[in-house]
Design a protein around this ligand. Structure first.
Ligand SMILES: Nc1ncnc2c1ncn2[C@@H]1O[C@H](COP(=O)(O)OP(=O)(O)OP(=O)(O)O)[C@@H](O)[C@H]1O
Length: 257
């Protein structure tokens, strides 16, 4: 993505609104700022501005409609999650769906090695540790599984579960790491067992490809937390059965190339 998009965002926000570009994904540019969009007294942990730029390959009217639709859907999801008991997610601060902007609270902090506290960086940081440290990792991954379980138990799916879309933040009370889910661009309400099975499969694959050394253990711990979070044994059983089926389909597909 080009520098003119960044300039466009800076012009839109105004010169008194300092932002730092932290990510350029396929869908959006993500900026960080210390400044609240309309209350200068509020700074908290900082804010994230997610901007979906205009896609040149789309018809301008279709592009506008899609951008608005996706921005509103992500905002709705954030609002819903903020009222879902037990879910840790950023708070929606403001939005301009016509122009593709979402402001939300920043979650996460610096790890002891200076990296941002995504689950991905956390697992990499502990990759070469002795077994004694694995207990720390286990505690975190059980919490990650619980977050996904609570989401699914409430008939919501994430749609893009990777170790970058889970962020860790220390609890102010206990000092222990808590897991936060981020990036709800592909999330939404779904009662379909298939969607939940696919969510679990996507995360399992992401862990296997990014953290291969301990992937089996990591996935086991995530599933341990996941299973704890369901109200209905029957619902859980159905999801786990479908997860296995999705896995088998995935294996078949990779065998066929
Ligand atoms: N609320 C937040 N708090 C802290 N960091 C965030 C937050 N939202 C986004 N980020 C950072 O920005 C990155 C990209 O954000 P996000 O995944 O929402 O955008 P995206 O365009 O969908 O990215 P991708 O295409 O890579 O999935 C995240 O991996 C994370 O590092």
């Amino acid at each position: 993505m080009s520098a003119d998009i960044v300039d466009k965002v800076k012009t839109y926000l105004g010169k008194d609104f300092p932002v730092t570009l932290i990510s350029q994904g396929a869908e959006a540019l993500v900026f960080e700022t210390k400044k609240h969009p309309f209350d200068p007294e509020l700074t908290n942990n900082g804010y994230i501005i997610k901007y979906r730029p205009h896609k040149r390959y789309r018809h301008p009217q279709i592009d506008k409609t899609l951008t608005k639709k996706r921005t509103v859907a992500e905002c709705r999801c954030l609002v819903k999650l903020n009222s879902m008991k037990g879910i840790n997610a950023p708070l929606l601060v403001a939005s301009d769906p016509y122009n593709g902007y979402i402001w939300q609270t920043k979650v996460g902090e610096q790890l002891p090695n200076g990296e941002f506290s995504s689950l991905k960086n956390f697992l990499w940081m502990h990759n070469n540790d002795e077994d004694a440290y694995l207990q720390k990792v286990q505690e975190v991954l059980i919490k990650v599984g619980q977050q996904i379980g609570i989401l699914h138990n409430n008939q919501y799916i994430h749609g893009d579960l990777t170790s970058s879309n889970v962020v860790l933040q220390r609890s102010a009370e206990s000092g222990s790491w808590e897991a936060y889910l981020i990036d709800f661009g592909l999330s939404g309400y779904s009662t379909m067992i298939e969607d939940k099975g696919v969510d679990l499969y996507v995360l399992e694959r992401a862990i296997m490809s990014t953290h291969s050394l301990y992937a089996e253990k990591y996935n086991e711990w995530i599933m341990q937390g996941y299973k704890d979070s369901f109200d209905s044994e029957d619902h859980l059983k159905q999801v786990l059965k479908r997860f296995e089926e999705v896995r088998q389909r995935g294996r078949k597909r990779s065998m066929l190339g």
